[in-house]
Each structure stands twice: as structure tokens, then as C-alpha cells.
Design a protein around this ligand. Structure first.
Ligand SMILES: C[S@@+](CC[C@H](N)C(=O)[O-])C[C@H]1O[C@@H](n2cnc3c(N)ncnc32)[C@H](O)[C@@H]1O
Ligand SMILES: *[C@@H]1O[C@H](CO)[C@@H](O)[C@H](O)[C@H]1NC(C)=O
Length: 330
């Protein structure tokens, strides 16, 4: 009898010790220590405890209009932290504390990461959901009301469809593209029509809105993509909603590895404002687009064992096709 109790005691002590170890590990990694240099360059980690968090959250939306180019300045839209954004952060924080779920995620991710892309691992585990804008922020940017409706939305590189859903309520038909198989599965479950990455340009119809959110730095030929988008929009009223993570660091996922894309977009400027200006006056102009609105938003990603959430710096643009076709049509 005594023997059995001792064994139970040792087991309980062992479990407690292990949990304590993991918790201290989590604390250690929250903040400035991020594992790989690539992840460090891609993700700025945030500590959410205490008041420092609130001050940092103000920074997420801050823009210095004087640093924007003259043509961009009047089109800047100021966004703010709102209830949907807060709700996403709160849920993400809670989820990061589910110890056993996080342990399981961490184990699967370690085993799969040499072979499978991070996107697909996240899709498979149903973690790493993203947040770009709330319904209110989307409507403000497009200057539409909550009841506005149009026919077709195409979301390129839609991920798990979380962001698609925010936009999708305004459209009769929602189309999406993805390359990652688990993400495709998520999109199908949400009843979105999946199109191939060489199919959406040739369907015989055009789209009222095409969204290309955080994809430009993940594809092989971004200028070609922009030209395809331009010719697939409904003439005159069609709009492109484009989000780009700044500073712009193009990398594409090939299996478990990250590689440089074939066609490398160069964006000049050091600050967020300079890069936004450069994107508008060089890249978008060359592809035949004209700016209608731009805002600064945090691109939020659900956390893991080590961080409550991750945040990147996004610039979100609303663009329309300009009258002239840009440099050269092809
Ligand atoms: C950074 S995620 C962005 C997801 C979502 N749009 C968002 O803003 O949260 C980029 C997604 O694009 C997908 N992707 C990469 N290359 C693509 C391509 N050529 N066509 C369509 N999707 C692509 C990836 O699988 C990944 O899910
Ligand atoms: C998808 O469509 C099916 C069949 O029309 C329907 O039963 C189901 O509820 C839909 N799912 C969602 C998430 O809307």
C-alpha cells in the first residue's frame, strides 16, 4: 500500500515539476528571445502583460502624415483599436494558456517542420489564425455601409478563411485561392468556391473586389500577379484591397524551407511612411493602379506556447485601376 502511495507522490511531483518548467520556459521566451533568426526578423514579439502593452498598441496604428508623399497624404485613413480586435487578442491570449493543446501543437510542429511548410502545419493543427481588419475597419476603408452588397469577392491566398469571412458578408459569391492543402480544406468547409492559382484569371467573369492580403511577399512574381488582378476587376467600380507587411521581406515557403522569390520587388525607404509612398508611386503605379485609401494596422496572429500572440506591421491599401495601363501592358 505504502509503496503505491509513494509512486503516486513521485508521479504527481514529476508532473508538477514539468508544468513549472514549461511555464518558466514560456516566460523566458516571451519578450525578446525568439528562436530562429528568420522568425525573429518576421515577427516582432509582444509582451501583453502590464501597461507597456497598451502603449505599444497605440504604436500599431500610428502614422506620421508629414513623412508620406504629397499624393498619399490626403488618402491616409486613421484606424484604431476596436472591440473585434480586442476580442481576437483576448481569445488568442486564452488559447496560448491551454497547456496541453500547446504541448501537442509544439510536438507536431517540431516533427513536421523539416518537411512541411509552417502554413500547412498551422492549417493542419487549426492554429495560427490571422486578423487583419474588423468589419468596421473594412467598411471604413472601402467607404461602404454595413448593408452594402456586391456580387463577387475573390480572396487570393486566403489562408484559413478567417479574414475572408470579415469581407465575405458583403458578397453574393465568395471565391478563394490557396496553395496549402490543409488551408484549402478549411476554405471548402466554409463553403467558399476554390479556384486554382492559374484558374481565377480565366473564369469568364470579373470580380467586384479582389483581396490580396499579405501575399505579395509570398509569391514568385508579384508584378505579374498585380497585372492579372487589374484585368480581372470589374471595369471602373472594381477594387483591389491589398495588405503588405512592412518592412517588405519577400520569402516564399517551399516545403519546410524559406526561399527568395524569382522576381524580387524592391521597395525603397526606411520608415513605414516612406515604404508606403514608394509602393504607391512605383510598384502600384507601374502595375496600373491608383490609390484610393491606405491605413496602418497590426497584422495579428494567434500565439503558441511561447507568446500570447504575434504582431506584424501592415499597410492596407484600397486601389482602383488607373485610366492608363501603367508602363507597359505586358
Ligand atoms: C501570410 S498568409 C496570408 C493569409 C491571409 N490572406 C491573411 O491575410 O491572413 C499567405 C497565404 O498565401 C498562400 N499562398 C502562397 N502562395 C500563394 C499563391 N501563389 N497563390 C495563392 N495562395 C498562396 C499561403 O499558403 C498562405 O496561406
Ligand atoms: C455549406 O453548405 C451546405 C449545403 O448547402 C450547408 O448545409 C452548410 O450549412 C454550409 N456551411 C456553412 C459553414 O455555411
Amino acid at each position: 500500500m505504502c509503496h503505491v502511495q509513494l509512486r503516486t507522490l513521485i508521479f504527481v511531483a514529476w508532473v508538477l515539476g514539468y508544468v513549472a518548467f514549461l511555464l518558466s520556459f514560456k516566460r523566458m521566451w516571451t519578450g525578446k528571445h525568439i528562436r530562429s533568426p528568420l522568425v525573429r526578423s518576421l515577427f516582432m514579439s509582444m509582451v501583453t502583460e502590464g501597461e507597456a502593452g497598451t502603449a505599444d498598441q497605440l504604436e500599431w496604428y500610428r502614422c506620421c502624415p508629414d513623412l508620406l508623399g504629397e499624393s498619399v497624404r490626403p488618402l491616409f485613413v486613421q484606424s484604431h483599436m476596436d472591440t473585434d480586435t480586442k476580442a481576437f487578442l483576448k481569445h488568442s491570449q486564452e488559447k496560448s494558456g491551454w497547456l496541453f493543446t500547446q504541448l501537442y501543437h509544439s510536438l507536431v510542429s517540431t516533427v513536421l517542420s523539416p518537411m512541411v511548410s509552417r502554413t500547412s502545419i498551422n492549417g493542419f493543427l487549426g492554429r495560427g489564425s490571422m486578423f487583419v481588419f474588423s468589419a468596421d475597419q473594412f467598411q471604413q476603408l472601402l467607404r461602404i455601409g454595413p448593408d452594402w452588397e456586391a456580387n463577387r469577392l475573390l480572396d487570393l491566398g486566403a489562408g484559413d478563411g478567417g479574414v475572408t469571412e470579415v469581407m465575405g458578408v458583403h458578397f453574393k459569391q465568395v471565391y478563394a485561392t490557396e496553395v496549402s492543402p490543409p488551408m484549402k480544406w478549411h476554405l471548402q468547409r466554409r463553403n467558399y468556391t476554390l479556384l486554382g492559382i492559374d484558374e481565377w484569371q480565366h473564369t469568364g467573369f470579373q470580380y467586384d473586389v479582389i483581396s490580396c492580403l499579405n501575399l505579395l511577399d509570398r509569391c514568385d512574381d508579384p508584378l505579374h500577379l498585380l497585372r492579372d488582378i487589374r484585368s480581372s476587376l470589374v471595369p471602373k467600380t472594381g477594387r483591389l484591397v491589398l495588405a503588405a507587411v512592412l518592412p517588405f521581406q519577400p520569402y516564399i515557403e517551399v516545403g519546410g524551407k524559406w526561399e527568395r522569390p524569382k522576381e524580387h520587388l524592391k521597395i525603397a525607404g526606411k520608415t513605414w511612411e516612406e515604404q508606403v509612398t514608394n509602393l504607391c508611386s512605383e510598384v502600384f503605379k507601374r502595375a496600373g493602379f491608383e490609390l484610393e485609401a491606405v491605413t496602418r494596422l497590426p497584422y495579428l496572429c494567434e500565439g503558441d506556447m511561447y507568446n500570447d500572440y504575434y504582431v506584424l506591421d501592415d499597410a492596407v491599401f484600397v486601389l482602383k485601376a488607373s485610366e492608363d495601363t501603367g508602363d507597359s501592358p505586358q
